[in-house]
Ligand binder design. Structure first.
Ligand code: COA
Ligand code: AMP
Length: 641
């Protein structure tokens, strides 16, 4: 029997009491007595409470006598090594690194950018910021210099923490040249850059600005100071995490301290069914929200061990890596993206590899970050013999809006659905007029305000942008940007985006920023980027571009320039899969590019002639151009309702 329905109804009946009860699961410095919701529906969760998230994630477990239990399990499938840090060792490391940061003047409210690969030091740096009340902003290690510049200019960090390199299966990624270029191009200049020299690649340090992580660490040991956890308000920012919007400028989602802590602790127990002593593995990257919530904060707040995995689901060295990690570290729950399972299935369709490992510790697999196609879910259920459960959320919300909750008791799986709304989320499907759509009808997915603890209440330095992006279109609701429907049993089906965001291998990318990168090539007059379905990555970028008048290069050379611009400005993860030159782009009479029609043609979906099109014959040219290319294999829709 699942407690889902009664728990959801309990929340719905009295949200403030529900969250006040949940808040007793964490330690506060000043215990909160109230949460406040303003007339617009924005919430200040646990408004008068004060706390420290690092205390709750680390110190508290040591004080409780659990210092010798595993906290961080670093497993590098690329280097073939693994290393475990206990809670006591983690505390020691976090204290030392917070001393390092403090020696560079970092104090409460200061920003610190963390640009690092998947190594324990990245988590240590995050927690050290939390200890000092400083606001971290982790930038995904796969982002190139321009993306880093934009974030440096927006967050204005006092210090940047980085490493000499990241490790991809086929190459070493030198971080320092990217960082140097990013800082050279940024308006804001950090006062110090602390760099961990990894033995795989040493980098040069600039004496006037750069500091060696190890030397700083030794100096902190010599100094012997151990910064205490700094008291912060529940509503103070813990971190800023940038995410793609529809324009090239990313949005700085602000995560507040107290509410996040309460929501994560609640979700670890009630959604994922995980508690102290368990081993949780989110096979994501610290640079994404899944990494923030379920590699660093959620598991550690819950007192369980978290796996930091440096590697890929395939090719490091093969498609059995995930199963090796689970059996070696006795993982109880795996959180991964459907893309990873599809990549594994491609190499092991018969599900033979899992049988070679003892996977008895594994209780469930959660998938998220992109749509979970029924066929891969069924494949994983049969290959692993555990429930494979969907959950849907976003950088903005910080934790699942819908899920099939193991902790409350799982409910029936409906393939193709991301399951049911979690407490905190009153999810509604709205039509174009903002009115609730009938059951089963597709519309915009919106959440009735207020958003629960943990979810964003503003954007960094851009409250106006927050209101415009999320609150204006449907007054009284938060607009998720996703479209879908709810069935008669209350299951939510996420079908597509309502904007120009695409989801490549579980990574959220803005087509606007890819277009912006391509427009830096002066041989290109204009371009359109859309997402096209892909059998492994879900979606991949497709580019149509028009050559500038008088351009001398051949179109293949110009395509290569465009690809290279995307890789060097955004990062390799955004590499266009298909890039085609075309003589004109389809536009409305007012000059807007008809991207959604291009997307439908590219995906072989039914489309109708847009009434506002300037010249209908351009669409014939688009169809002809796309007919000539091998489009990526689509995801199957088998099993969908
Ligand atoms: N740093 C630097 N470069 C990175 C990077 C990082 N952290 N992550 C990816 N890249 C690069 C890759 O090296 C690759 O470069 P290339 O084009 O020069 O080969 C490019 O970005 C694309 O990488 P990736 O998306 O990993 O594709 P892939 O073809 O190498 O691997 C998969 C395919 C399916 C194995 C991979 O996409 C994957 O593991 N997906 C799951 C991702 C995931 O878990 N997302 C969940 C987020 S919640
Ligand atoms: P991000 O903010 O990077 O986590 O991306 C969030 C977006 O990814 C959502 O708005 C959805 O479009 C998509 N997404 C995340 N999880 C799911 C899921 N379980 N099913 C379908 N789409 C998802």
């Amino acid at each position: 029997m699942s407690n889902y329905r009664t728990t959801y109804d309990e929340w719905m009946a009295d949200p403030l009491s529900f969250w006040a009860a949940a808040a007793t699961a964490v330690d506060w410095i000043a215990t909160p007595t109230e949460s406040v919701v303003d007339p617009q529906g924005l919430a200040s969760w646990f408004a008068d409470g004060t706390c420290n998230v690092c205390w709750n994630a680390v110190d508290r477990h040591v004080v409780a006598g659990r210092g010798d239990e595993a906290a961080l399990i670093y497993d590098s499938a690329i280097l073939g090594i693994s290393k475990t840090l206990t809670f006591s060792q983690l505390l020691d490391a976090v204290e030392l690194f917070s001393s390092v940061l403090r020696s560079h003047g970092v104090a409460k409210g200061d920003r610190v950018i963390i640009y690092m690969p998947m190594i324990p030091e990245a988590v240590i740096a995050m927690l050290a910021c939390a200890r000092l009340g400083a606001v971290h902003s982790v930038v995904f290690g796969g982002f190139a210099a321009h993306e880093l510049t934009v974030r440096i200019d927006d967050a204005e960090p006092k210090v940047v923490v980085s490493a000499s390199c990241g490790l991809e299966p086929n190459r070493i990624i030198a971080y320092k040249p990217l960082l140097d270029e990013a800082i050279a191009n940024s308006r804001h200049k950090p006062e110090a850059v602390i760099v961990l020299q990894r033995p795989q690649l040493f980098c040069e340090l600039r004496p006037e600005r750069d500091y060696d992580w190890n030397a700083e660490w030794s100096a902190a040991i010599t100094r012997g100071d151990r910064p205490e956890c700094v008291e912060v308000r529940s509503t103070d920012p813990l971190y800023i995490l940038y995410t793609s919007g529809t324009t090239g400028k990313p949005k700085g989602v602000v995560r507040q301290q107290g509410g996040y802590m309460v929501a994560l602790v609640w979700s670890m127990k009630n959604v994922f069914g995980i508690g102290a002593g368990d081993v949780y593995w989110a096979a994501s990257d610290l640079g994404w929200v899944v990494g923030h919530s379920y590699i660093t904060y959620g598991p550690l707040l819950a007192g369980c061990a978290t796996v930091i995995f440096e590697g890929k689901p395939v090719g490091t060295p093969d498609a059995s890596t995930f199963w090796r990690v689970i059996s070696q570290h006795k993982v109880n729950l795996l959180f991964t993206a459907p893309t990873a399972l599809r990549a594994i299935r491609k190499e092991d369709a018969g599900g033979v590899l899992p049988q070679k490992f003892d996977l008895s510790s594994l209780r469930a697999i959660y998938i998220g970050g992109e749509r979970g196609d029924p066929s891969v879910i069924k494949w994983a259920e049969s290959a692993l013999d555990v429930p494979v459960l969907d959950n849907w959320w976003q950088t903005e919300t910080g934790w699942p809006m819908t899920a099939n909750p193991t902790g409350l008791g799982t409910i029936e799986v409906k393939y193709g659905s991301a399951a049911v709304p979690m407490p905190g989320y009153d999810i509604q499907i709205l039509d174009a007029e903002g009115e609730p759509a009938p059951i089963g009808e597709t519309g915009s997915i919106a959440v009735k305000l207020p958003l629960p603890p943990g979810a964003l209440q503003t954007l960094w330095n851009n409250h106006g942008g927050f209101e415009e992006s999320y609150l204006t279109e449907f007054p009284g609701y938060y607009k998720t940007g996703d479209a879908g429907y709810i069935d008669q049993d209350g299951y939510v089906f996420i079908m597509s985006r309502t904007d120009d965001i695409i989801n490549v291998a579980g990574h959220r990318l803005s087509t606007g920023s890819i277009e912006e990168a391509i427009s830096t090539v002066d041989q290109i007059a204009e371009c359109a980027v859309v997402g096209v379905a892909d059998g492994i990555k879900g979606e991949v970028p497709l580019v149509l571009f028009v050559v500038s008048d008088g351009a001398s290069a051949k179109s293949a050379e110009i395509s290569a320039m465009a690809t290279s611009a995307v890789r060097s400005r955004i990062g390799s993860i955004a590499t266009p899969k298909i890039i085609l030159s075309i003589s004109r782009l389809p536009k409305t009479r007012s000059g807007k590019i008809l991207r959604s029609t291009i997307r439908k043609i590219a995906n072989g979906e039914p489309w109708t002639m847009p009434p506002t099109i300037e010249d209908p014959s351009v669409l014939d040219e688009v169809s002809a151009a796309l007919a000539g290319v091998g489009l990526p294999e689509k995801l199957g829709t088998e099993g969908e309702i």
